[in-house]
Design a protein around this ligand. Structure first.
Ligand code: 5AD
Ligand code: SF4
Length: 438
């Protein structure tokens, strides 16, 4: 054993997956994972940069961990992920305790970079957005029953507010045989749930038509023996077609849940966001999904306070969101990302106004979510148990097919099992349930 490593993951599921790759890489070089930060020899902070808040969080952490270096003079601190890509070398200048800065497309170089820093005592930033090296790398999953599997890296959408194309690069589809190899190995070792990941999953194959389409991936994974649940995030409304809805509806293991980012319920704002669909297009997709799968849960992402958004345009979002009757939503106040086209749109909405609009939207959506949950009170659901509940050791927590959270009395023997639970009491966050049977 060469030493220990500790990984902090911020941001989205793709970052969680990347952390699992980093963990496997460090293990393969003889390091051991620790849950005690003060014991670590290598500290990895896998960062996000989607909103200003995410950046501030990382800067705060980096400042905080300066002290660790005093405890452990040989500590190697690695900053990876989207903020690493965005700030690159600047991070080395600003934080003398950081040894390595590595972008999302350069993760596989971490063992080399660690060795380089140890050998020379120098610091290094490697943030190249060149071609993606898509070998099938070992993954150190923290849950044996559930896997993230990326289908694309990067994004070509260029929504005017979004930093992702700049920090994750252009979209590259992963060869279908790599995706299937990872999926097969996982399912053969007892895995139950696969979540396919991409900034825009249903654009899969657009850069490489010979790989096939996202529908092909869904069909192939649905055929694997042992698979129970297939999820994906996120599709883009502009890449939707009827064939996708048909495919989804025809596959029994694809969960009846879709996360379909709306971003705004006003057509002018959608155009300025560069989203390539209207509210009418979006409503028609939702209608088709609900027609084909009446039980489907639809969740979304919404940004309020985009530059130039008038109160009337915000109210259009409010009424469209109400009309869509979403099962849940992630809602955000617009955050300026340097280098994106939206920062040049005038006038900006004052930050306090953004927050006021956000709170108004959250309140309305929370009521809708709660009412929808309330209607399910007393019904039964199949829950994949994920962990012991953080709140209380006697409870376990898991998710239904629709990705609704359910907490119920149970112990760790249930983790990784799909069990029948009665949804006894509805909350906005999900349900308190009662175990029925295995
Ligand atoms: N400001 C606020 N929210 C943003 N998102 C992306 N970029 C920004 C930004 N600049 C939101 C979008 C996206 C989700 C992952 O984050 O809603 O779907
Ligand atoms: Fe994920 Fe986007 Fe954050 Fe990067 S910036 S970690 S892609 S959410």
């Amino acid at each position: 054993m060469k030493g220990k490593y500790y990984i902090i993951t911020l941001g989205c599921q793709k970052n969680e997956y990347d952390s699992q790759l980093i963990s496997a890489l460090l293990k393969s070089c003889g390091y051991e994972k620790t849950e005690e930060i003060t014991e670590t020899d290598i500290l990895v902070i896998n960062t996000c940069s989607i909103r200003d808040k995410a950046d501030v969080k990382v800067y705060g952490r980096l400042g905080q961990y300066r002290e660790l270096k005093k405890l452990k003079p040989n500590l190697i601190t690695i900053v990876s992920g989207c903020l690493a890509q965005k700030d690159g070398k600047k991070l080395l200048g600003r934080f003398p305790n950081v040894n390595i800065v590595v972008g999302p497309r350069n993760i596989s170089s971490i063992p080399y970079l660690v060795e380089y820093v140890q050998r020379t005592g120098k610091r290094r930033a490697l943030c190249e957005l060149g071609d993606m090296n898509f070998e099938v790398m070992p993954v150190d999953r923290d849950r044996s029953f559930s896997a993230w599997i990326p289908v694309t890296e990067g994004c070509d959408n260029r929504c005017t507010y979004c930093i992702v194309p700049y920090v994750r690069g252009a979209m590259v589809s992963r060869p279908l045989e790599h995706i299937m190899k990872e999926a097969e190995e996982f399912v053969n070792s007892g895995g139950l749930e696969i979540t396919l990941l991409g900034q825009n999953v249903n654009a899969y194959g657009k850069d490489k038509p010979e790989y096939g389409s996202f529908n092909d991936i869904l069909k192939k994974i649905n055929n694997l023996k042992g698979i129970e649940r297939i999820r994906f995030m996120s599709p883009h409304p502009a890449n939707f077609d009827d064939k996708f809805v048909e495919t989804m509806a025809s596959l029994e293991h694809v969960c009846r849940h879709i996360h379909l980012p709306l971003q705004s319920g006003d057509d002018t704002i959608l155009r300025r966001m560069g989203r390539r669909y209207t509210t009418q297009d979006y409503a028609s997709i939702v209608e088709k999904l609900r027609q084909a799968m009446p039980e489907i849960a639809i969740t979304t992402d919404i940004i309020v306070g985009f530059p130039g958004e008038t109160n009337e345009q915000f109210e259009n979002t409010m009424s469209f969101v109400k009309q869509m009757n979403f099962d849940g939503a992630f809602m955000f106040a617009y955050s300026e990302r340097e280098g994106t086209p939206a920062v040049k749109i005038n006038p900006s909405v004052p930050p306090q106004e953004r927050l006021d609009r956000l709170n108004k939207l959250i309140e309305m959506q929370n009521n809708i979510t709660f009412e929808k949950h309330k209607k399910l009170e007393g019904s039964e659901a199949l829950v994949l148990v994920e962990t012991l509940s953080k709140k209380d050791g006697e409870f376990v927590t898991g998710k239904t097919d629709k990705k609704t959270v359910v907490n119920f009395t149970g112990d760790s023997s249930l983790i990784g099992k799909i069990v029948k639970v009665k949804l006894e009491k509805a909350f906005t966050w999900g349900f308190m349930g009662k175990f029925i049977s295995d």
